[in-house]
Design a protein around this ligand. Structure first.
Ligand SMILES: [Cu+2]
Length: 278
């Protein structure tokens, strides 16, 4: 009887399942993954997830196919002979290819991840001196996100330093969030915008987003910040520029009396010891 070439068989099964599996993942699964395509940064995250899933699908299928093949073909059918098979040693070619493929994958992913992290800032908090700003960030609209137990408010240096209880953003515009906190640690997570940035007291954490079409997005606190942490959520909107202009003008007017008694706009604030326990 001709000896079966197991290696070639596994390779064939792996090749066929990988082509089908990767196509299914990249074309059907990945495009509908969160956070969606609502902003430039969110879209970038979907692209990255697609690349990562596309690369990991053949790797996962290699493990699964070999596992199933081994279970079916190499199963010991003689109950009396439950012994280990002969050890595989000194197979230089397999060792070499194993090192080449795994090293290549890891280096590619590290390089890809670094490049993508620098593209448009990737929606993450970059601290007070961001190194990965979008190309048009000098023209960005600044919005300060102020977290406190248990609410986010928003301050607008370009609009008289007014502080609003809700967040509306203009469409097709680069936004420069300055995320900070008045008390404990929080995290500003605007899911559909693809933005997540820590909110720490006394710290100015900059995160960028470039909006696209009008969009409703969810804002959650993503850092355990006390008993009502779970209630620290709200809904924000990306709206047409004209709608934003009238909204912010109306806010400026409505909150003018409160704006007068606010501390001057600053990049960060420190917890007020007078208010502690008050
Ligand atoms: Cu919080």
């Amino acid at each position: 009887m001709r000896e079966v070439n197991h290696f070639r068989r596994v390779l064939l099964w792996w090749g066929v399942t990988s082509v089908i599996g990767t196509l299914l993942v990249v074309l059907l699964l990945a495009p509908v993954l969160p956070p969606g395509n609502g902003t430039v940064e969110a879209h970038g995250q979907v692209v990255d997830n697609t690349v990562l899933l596309g690369i990991s699908t053949p790797v996962a299928l290699g493990v699964i196919v070999y596992f199933i093949y081994a279970l079916v073909v190499f199963r010991e059918r003689e109950p009396a002979a439950r012994l280990d098979g002969p050890p595989l040693r000194g197979h230089a070619q397999i060792q070499m290819w194993w090192l080449i493929v795994t090293t290549g994958l890891v280096l590619f992913l590290a390089a890809y991840g670094s490049v993508r992290l620098l593209a448009d800032g990737a929606g993450g908090g970059q601290g007070p001196n961001p190194i990965a700003a979008p190309a048009n960030s000098s023209n960005a609209l600044q919005v300060q996100v102020i977290a406190q137990q248990w609410k986010f408010t928003y301050r607008w240096p370009r609009y008289g330093g007014v502080e609003t209880p809700t967040l509306e953003l203009p469409a097709n515009r680069t936004i420069e969030f300055h995320v900070t906190s008045l008390d404990v640690i929080h995290s500003f997570w605007a899911f559909q915008l693809g933005v997540k940035a820590d909110a720490n007291p006394g710290f100015d954490n900059v995160a960028y987003v470039t909006t696209k079409a009008p969009l409703t997005f969810n804002i959650h606190c993503a850092e355990l910040c006390g008993v009502y942490h779970g209630y620290m959520f709200e809904t924000g909107h990306v709206v047409a520029q004209s709608q934003f202009s009238s909204w912010i003008a109306q806010q400026e007017k409505q909150y003018a009396p409160a704006t007068k008694s606010l501390p001057p706009y600053a990049k960060q604030y420190y917890p007020d010891p007078q208010r502690r326990g008050g």
